[in-house]
Design a protein around this ligand. Structure first.
Ligand SMILES: [Zn+2]
Length: 235
């Protein structure tokens, strides 16, 4: 049993996986793009040659992450992650790691994988070499190929740090009205109520919980979207 690691302590789900010695080979980190930190911390832990804490002085921890010989980063260029890029990274996985005990592939904005690229990746995710780890990050998990999602352990980041503007109607209502997006909004509303003690937030909180329940039993998304839009206006 490994102890917790201060690099990932702020993210309980990651911390739990680590302390259980259960480092998922494929991890899908769901959260807004600016919160790339858990993915960075996770890559650093995987690449560390001493399995060390944040002040580790091993060769890998001292190297800037993007220059590490065992890390490959895939990102959209400019709008999609291209199949040629995916292919060349996957080909490099045939070689054992140079410094670390694992090769790490970080796929940024995984929702931007083209269909062909996603299918190519899927073949490797189904049976990765034991010395390979994948870290996928996305703000829109529902746009990631379902078969890829099902191959990954999913970590959903809490949304407590969002500003009002980011979590307002523009944020939630611009997305498919999924229960997990309502959960994000509930986080925000709960914080707002604790901060202000205004009952309007409490009412909105209760309404969102109702919406969450209704959508879990396949209620009409558009009807609830319109209701939520009204509630946001009233708050
Ligand atoms: Zn280290």
């Amino acid at each position: 049993m490994k102890s917790s690691n201060s690099r990932i302590d702020p993210w309980p789900n990651l911390s739990l996986a680590y302390s259980g010695g259960n480092l998922p080979q494929s991890l899908l980190v769901v959260g807004p793009t600016p919160q790339g930190e858990p993915a960075i911390a996770w890559c650093q832990i995987l690449l560390c040659e001493a399995r060390g804490e944040s002040n580790c002085l091993c060769r890998s921890c001292q190297k800037p992450l993007e220059d590490h010989p065992d890390l490959a980063i895939l990102s959209p260029s400019p709008h999609t992650i291209k199949i040629d890029d995916v292919r060349s990274v996957l080909q490099s996985l045939g070689y054992r790691p140079l410094w670390a005990s694992t090769r790490v592939v970080w796929i940024q904005e995984a929702d931007k994988l083209g269909v062909d690229a996603a299918n190519l990746l899927l073949k490797v995710l189904e049976e990765p070499a034991p010395f390979v780890h994948f870290v996928l990050t996305t703000e829109y998990p529902d746009r990631v190929l379902a078969t890829i999602r099902s191959r990954c352990q999913k970590i959903h980041l809490p949304e407590t740090d969002r500003s009002r503007r980011e979590l307002g109607p523009d944020w939630m209502l611009a997305r498919p009205l999924l229960p997990e997006h309502i959960v994000d909004a509930v986080w925000y509303v709960e914080e707002a109520f604790r901060r202000t003690h205004q009952t309007t937030w409490l009412v909105l909180w209760e309404n969102l919980l109702q919406a969450h329940q209704a959508l879990a039993t396949n209620a009409n998304q558009e009807v609830w979207r319109e209701r939520i839009r009204q509630w946001w206006r009233l708050s």
